[in-house]
Design a protein around this ligand. Sequence first.
Ligand SMILES: Cc1ncc(COP(=O)(O)O)c(C=O)c1O
Length: 371
Amino acid sequence: MKIQFLDLSHQTREIQTQLLDELKTLINQNRFIGGAEVERFETSFAHFCGTETCVALNSGTDALRLGLLACGIKPEDEVITSPFTFIATAEAISQTGIPVFADVDLDTFNLSAESVQSRISDKTRAIVPVHIFGLPADMMAFGALAAEEGLALVEDACQAHGAAIGEKKVGSFGNAAAFSFYPSKNLGAFGDAGAATTSDGECASMIRLLRNHGQTGPYFHQREGFNSRMDTFQAAVLNLKLPLLERWNEERQRLAGIYRDELKSLNEVLFQKVTEGYSHVFHLVAALVEDRRDLRKFLSEHRVETNIVYPTPIHLLPAYRHLGHREGDFPNAEEVSRRVLCFPAYPGLGDDKVFEIATLIRRFYSRSRAE
Ligand SMILES: Cc1ncc(COP(=O)(O)O)c(C=O)c1O
């Protein structure tokens, strides 16, 4: 049987009956944007993250963009981030200020605090660490650096719902944080949705103002803003899924543990290193692998789907050619892009499938060593 890289149907089945009832009610009451469901989600997600506030939005991209604007980022301001992330991180920066990249750590694929320090200039105003694949970035180091240099700290937590350092959840470390509820995420809606979390009252008010065209009263607009509101339907989905998130994350952690245990003797497969006390929620189970193309082909021949996320680091994408980067500028990010491979790991996949995949991976390397 084919093993899909991602299959959301197990998660959907858990909420489907109740969701259909709730949707019927919403449709009958003509409630489609904002409202009580959205407010309920904001309260529970803020509680989940350990922040004062959550502002529900249309996407993780706008959560980053509005978070940066609320932190006062202006077109001439530099914002440092990772080149090994989804393009939305860089887009949100270039649509508010100027993106500046720093290299990642080869062990964790996360932004390196040392590299960030070397990229700080007198125009730097903020740092955006990305908790890549669900592994928290080194928030102690970034917190200290931001405080020392007087910079804002905006977390890209779009892949890391529920990840934590000790007891403290991601989304609660910076001045603001962005979450995506894109359907494939650990907490996924049935369409686009996102949220910003913050414990700074002014920041929260600004994000709220910006998400709805800067409106402070009926057709009275304090400033220009955006249409970044969350649909009621998406909030209804998220309200049903949020209570299941911890269990789903534990399932991802168990599956990731099987991969790690089964493959720990292979030097050809190096998983992200998880610092003691860090809780990785494995949005993706990713490793640096040898002979990536051939391993992928071998697994595909055995009906196992894998994925390469992200094959080109952002500084080398045509979209950012104008920044003038070339190969070699961020060698670790480039190496991760060259060698990374993601394996199936999601709620409902089943331990047996992961054992099967691990056996295939071991077989591939023992065969290629014998050749
Ligand atoms: C790291 C990262 N940042 C930002 C985003 C943007 O989120 P969205 O797709 O909800 O706009 C995503 C989601 O795909 C992401 O993975």
